[in-house]
Design a protein around this ligand. Structure first.
Ligand code: 13P
Length: 348
């Protein structure tokens, strides 16, 4: 334990443990309205508040989802919405024993003085917003920073890594003061053509900086969840690394950089395919499950929602089958977090 203990330390530790309970993890459905609308438009669904509400209801009321999903990250619009029967989404989740989470950053904005990099904003007024969300029933929060790799330009820059890590640490300290477990999400983007060794080097540098900043801001690691990208070849890389290499390099990088006291580590899917996301997580457990100091599981958005969204298409008649598809991905990733997933399950 650090020498500093936030007032709500015990509650934070309890919340973090519930979020990453064995075989379960966090569903990300915190797309901003802009991002959600883009995903809707791609499959021909009207980009309206009504459709966003219906879609979040479909996901949150998926039968038995709580077997594999301990909680969900919501967006500000969603945390204020209700199911068609009038029950608030917060109550829908609490009745299933799930922890309510909320995205609190206000987005990645151009970093001044940089060649196209971004810094995530949202610290202004954050203390007051966190107090409101806690009062409403939220018990954890999320802040995403994006680190882009561009080998031709020599990016990421040190300035981008430091600015984002500092903001993550300031956010995390405010969350713990308010009684919310911070999910800190420094995402190294999969875009580009860099190789896996480059991703490994950048991920290592960025995680080292994040934990240095958390230390300086007196953040209690036992009450923090790291949400990270995997160490993986870029989308357009030549000779992309296979499943075992991704699993090995990811776990080795995390072991080198993430203190053992941390509450847990979860992955974003970041544009990986749905089956790939399950296979990678599973391989980390089959190959390294006996020497991991923290719970290691998933917090996917696209890798869980994708098949459901594509099937739903905004049609009430498709809700039941879409829910089955969401449940299947949650189940497979829950099994993967125990090393019990197998590719043979796909298409069964
Ligand atoms: P993906 O799993 O789609 O990358 O989303 C995770 C997330 O929370 C992005 O912030």
């Amino acid at each position: 334990m650090t020498t500093y203990r936030p007032e709500k330390a015990d509650e934070l530790i309890k919340t973090a443990k519930a979020m990453v309970a064995p075989g379960k993890s966090i569903l990300a459905i915190d797309e901003s309205n802009g991002t959600c609308n883009k995903r809707f438009e791609a499959v021909g669904i009207d980009a309206t508040e009504q459709k966003r509400r219906e879609y979040r209801e479909l996901l949150l009321t998926t039968p038995n989802l709580e077997e594999y999903v301990s909680g969900a990250i919501l967006y500000d619009e969603t945390i204020r919405q209700s199911a068609a029967d009038g029950k608030s989404f917060i109550d829908v989740m609490r009745e299933r024993g799930q922890v309510v989470g909320i995205k609190v950053d206000t987005g990645a904005k151009p970093l001044a003085g940089s060649d196209g990099e971004k810094v995530t904003e949202g610290l202004d007024g954050l203390r007051e917003r966190l107090a409101e969300y806690y009062e409403m029933g939220a018990r954890f929060a999320k802040w995403r920073a994006v680190i882009a790799i561009d080998t031709a330009k020599g990016l990421p820059s040190r300035g981008c890594i430091e600015a984002n890590a500092h903001a993550l640490a300031r956010y995390a300290a405010l969350c713990q003061e308010a009684g919310l477990v911070p999910i800190i999400e420094p995402e190294v983007l999969i875009d580009g053509d860099h190789d896996i060794a480059t991703c490994e080097r950048v991920t290592e540098e960025e995680l080292n900086e994040v934990f240095r900043q958390l230390y300086h801001q007196n953040v209690m690691l036992e009450g923090v969840i790291l949400k990270t990208s995997m160490v993986i070849s870029a989308k357009n890389a030549a000779n992309r690394a296979g499943v075992d290499e991704v699993a090995d390099r990811t776990v080795e990088t995390l072991l080198r950089t993430v203190p053992a006291a941390l509450g847990g580590v979860v992955f974003l899917s970041g544009g990986q395919g749905v089956e790939e996301s399950s296979a990678h997580l599973n391989a980390m457990h089959t190959r390294h499950g006996d020497h991991l100091p923290w719970p290691l599981t998933f917090s996917y958005a696209r890798a869980i929602q994708g098949p459901a969204l594509n099937f739903w298409k905004g049609e009430p008649a498709n809700v039941e089958e879409a829910q089955k598809r969401a449940f299947t991905r949650a189940k497979y990733n829950g099994l993967a977090s125990l090393g019990k997933y197998s590719e043979d399950m796909e298409g069964a």
